[in-house]
Design a protein around this ligand. Structure first.
Ligand SMILES: Nc1ncnc2c1ncn2[C@@H]1O[C@H](COP(=O)(O)OP(=O)(O)O)[C@@H](O)[C@H]1O
Ligand SMILES: [Mg+2]
Length: 270
């Protein structure tokens, strides 16, 4: 069994060759890893949370945030929960493209109080999976994500959904992901093996800590060249503070400017 394997239901992706979105052709291992991520989140989300709001971020671009957000929201919906995926990357939105749907109406319309019924975001893939694209790109993404309007919108949506997953921009590049911190239950941090720089990751976790973000866990997105269609996805339930202390220590050790790829950090935690 795999994500979107029912051809009739994922007709929007038919013939899509240039956009090889992960959720279109996930192999068995990757699908199982997303289910593991879903299971682990149930342990890290504080008990009794009504409609958890899960942000997905990383240190840099291209680490697999949007891919993770799409597939995580899908596996949550697949379980029967009513799930909303929001494209909160108001600078370089990509969910609409990955899903092959129009980019608006979307989040910015909801934030501007334009009359868009929630049903407008229902996906064609699962009845209980809703996808809200970014809407038109605004001039002030950080302010919008951290705004009172955003808080109110999430409050309203939490009445309707069981889970909300928000695809966010990278922490080290813009402050948007941190601006929304107060309104979310926690963050999933995506790390791409052989890509994410250790120092970038340290900076990312420092920023998350400073903003008091509850890190629900890290996703290791391992894309191995030539190693199957889409590599592997691993989820590890790291304790945020443990992770932070480790990173803090290695930051000092790295004062000589030695640039590493972050792999050592992962090895040490195994
Ligand atoms: N594990 C993976 N293996 C191969 N390609 C991947 C993997 N994860 C993401 N990608 C591809 O890498 C690119 C960036 O992924 P994306 O999820 O858009 O990253 P981000 O949102 O962090 O910028 C996309 O083209 C995506 O399809
Ligand atoms: Mg993205």
């Amino acid at each position: 069994m795999g994500l979107f394997k029912n051809k009739n239901r994922h007709a929007p992706f038919a013939g899509d060759t240039h956009q090889r979105t992960l959720h279109k052709n996930l192999d068995f291992t990757a699908t199982e890893q997303y289910k593991l991520l879903r299971a682990n989140l149930h342990f890290t989300i504080p008990e009794g949370t009504k409609c958890p709001v899960i942000g997905v971020t990383s240190s840099m671009r291209g680490e697999g945030k949007s891919t993770t957000a799409v597939n995580l929201s899908y596996v949550l919906a697949e379980q029967g929960s009513k799930v909303l995926l929001i494209d909160g990357d108001l600078r370089i939105p990509s969910v609409a493209k990955k899903m092959d749907i129009p980019g608006s109406p979307g989040l910015t319309d909801v934030l501007m109080d334009r009359d868009v019924p929630t049903e407008a975001f229902k996906s064609e893939i699962l009845d209980n999976w809703y996808v809200m694209p970014s809407g038109d790109i605004p001039p002030n993404p950080s302010e919008l994500l951290g705004s009172h309007r955003m808080a109110l919108a999430l409050e309203r949506l939490r009445e309707v959904f069981d889970y909300i997953v928000i695809d966010l921009p990278p922490v080290n590049i813009v402050s948007d992901a941190l601006a929304i911190a107060a309104y979310i239950t926690g963050m999933v941090v995506v790390i791409r093996e052989d890509y994410t720089e250790k120092k970038e990751l340290e900076h990312c976790f420092r920023q998350l800590k400073l903003s008091d973000v509850n890190v629900l866990g890290c996703v290791m997105n391992e894309a191995k060249a030539g190693g199957g269609a889409y590599g592997k996805y691993k989820y590890r339930n790291y304790r945020y503070y443990k992770y932070y202390r480790y990173e803090y220590k290695t930051h000092d050790e790295d004062a000589d400017g030695d640039k590493k790829d972050g792999k050592g950090a992962e090895d040490k935690k195994k």
